[in-house]
Design a protein around this ligand. Structure first.
Ligand code: PRP
Length: 190
């Protein structure tokens, strides 16, 4: 906080992959379709903390149908950025999903392990249906295949931040999807 330099997340960005306008337009179009598909059976939106929060907020506000929301905190990684393949529940849902139509809202499908596990878990708990809206997918990193019914953008295998995605817990509040300058990863903010 102190010092003469004013921190600015925009100055840490190397290049933008998906703009705020593109994200807004995509979320609105998916929300329109979901509002039609779930007109007769309002869904329970399930978001995986923390990355999905930004997508959930924008998406839920673009829906024209009533929905409920709940949250789960999962750990898909060990230390660092390599997936261990093991999913741990840090914080569980607060509602019983039995008989509910669930729409999982996620920021990104990377290896697919998190969503594959969660879809199976919610079905095991007796959900009437389980579908997914993922804002981003990284096809090059995919290890587990399953159907993502509502899809946003496919992005290349670059480390991205913004719209919920973090680097060392920062940049989640960026309103676009971007790649940071190399020096940021070396601990030198631009
Ligand atoms: C990210 C993302 C997904 C998951 C995707 O969460 O939000 O939940 O990883 O990876 P996968 O497809 O390889 O399983 P992360 O564990 O980084 O936590 P965060 O949302 O709190 O940043």
């Amino acid at each position: 906080m102190g010092g003469m330099q004013i921190a600015d997340i925009q100055s840490d960005i190397d290049h933008e992959l998906v703009s705020k306008q593109q994200i807004d337009a995509k979320i609105k179009s998916v929300a329109k379709q979901v509002s039609i598909d779930y007109a007769d059976e309002p869904p329970l939106l399930v978001a995986v903390l923390k990355g999905a929060v930004n997508t959930l907020t924008a998406f839920s506000q673009a829906l024209s149908i009533p929905v409920q929301m709940d949250f789960m905190s999962l750990s898909s990684y060990g230390n660092g950025t390599e997936s261990t393949g093991t999913i741990t529940v840090r914080q569980d849902l607060s509602v019983d999903v039995r008989g509910r139509h669930i729409l999982i809202v996620e920021d990104i499908v990377d290896s697919g392990r998190t969503l594959n596990w969660l879809m199976g878990e919610l079905r095991d708990r007796g959900a009437a249906s389980v579908e997914v809206f993922a804002l981003l997918e990284k096809p090059a990193r995919r290890e587990v295949e399953f159907d993502v019914k509502y899809r946003g953008f496919e992005i290349p295998d670059e480390f991205v931040v913004g719209f919920g995605l973090d680097y060392c817990e920062e940049y989640r509040n960026l309103d676009s999807i971007a790649v940071l300058k190399p020096q940021v990863y070396q601990g030198e903010h631009a």
